[in-house]
Design a protein around this ligand. Sequence first.
Ligand SMILES: Cc1ncc(COP(=O)(O)O)c(C=O)c1O
Length: 398
Amino acid sequence: MINYEEYFADRVKPMKGSAIREMFKRMADPEIISLAGGNPASELFPADELSKIAGKILMTSPTVALQYGTTDGYPKMKDCAIARAKEAGAYNEGDGVLIMTGANQGIDLTAKAIINKGDKIIVESPSFIGSLNAFRTYECELVGVDVEADGMDISKLEEALKANPDAKLLYTIPTFQNPTGTTMSLKKRKKVLELASEYDLLIMEDNPYGDLRFAGADLPTLKSLDTEGRVVYCGSFSKILSPGMRLGYVIGPPKLLEKVEMLKQVNDVHTPMLTQMMCVQFMKKYDINKYIAKNRKLYKEKCDTMISAMEEYFPKGKVEWTVPEGGIFLWCTCPTITDVSVVVNKALEKKVAIVPGSNFAIDQSLPSNKFRLNFSSASKSDITEAIKRLGEVLTEIL
Ligand SMILES: Cc1ncc(COP(=O)(O)O)c(C=O)c1O
């Protein structure tokens, strides 16, 4: 038999399977309550509306919906992306826009256009595994900067930049970060831009959760504060409409996006026309902000349910957690232990799935005393039940 390991390219050799994906395999068990994934609440999907819209598109415009499209995106879909980005202050006249097959593709291909082997990329530590894995395939060096309750630790960022003055790119999820649920303060946003200017860094701002605020006041995006054209902005319809439609976008300098577009042409030619057209019609016929408002309300209720259950069932004084003002995650720390894997495994025996912090680390081989909880996907009663079971595990172990 052929040993495929010998044939693999160097860039994929260090890649490890994601524990989240492994968890998904085990979640075929219908009894498992998952607080592990990053799924939005499927109970709110506008399935009836989208089914009527899809039917009408296929009846009236099949030759457009089923035909090849242009790589940069269906023009009316680009207008929808611009409309969303304008709400976030993330679009300026003259910016380029590309429709991507999910923000994931935008992050990956923008990275591909920028990163050479050996380049240094500054990332939040912990950060979104999808982006870290994309960067890893370009054989760069990831330089992690700790995340605090109000975003990146600026003194650690300064240290990292002093030690790596040639760093090329800074990747950040400033609002309702994945996995910590934290949001970067305005002061820190301004400081990050100042440092980026000083060290001549590009910034990739990943903002799939920005619309999902349920507490506190909105903050300007880095893109809206940028006066030097340093910020490339990645947006997504996954958490405000449907992740299965795979609709994301990148907004930034046309010179850079020209290259990203060429990479997309090689990668998947274009994002499916049908889902682009469905999104356009949905935004034309309905007020997407009303739909988003329903999500925000539900996520607040679910987040409050989770935190009340944690207060009731987690062992007192043994677990710390972040209190998010939006998004879909919160982040727990168990200061008295060094490795949560035993907690994760015992929770799974009790049919509760959570993700250990090591998954989101720059060095995934190190143990972590943290874990991520998702509150958007499970029902409120399942959230309470799962936290109760997790509380039993934590009480036994801590
Ligand atoms: C921080 C972050 N960026 C990007 C994505 C990718 O989103 P999309 O579904 O648009 O590819 C996710 C998905 O969970 C995410 O958490």
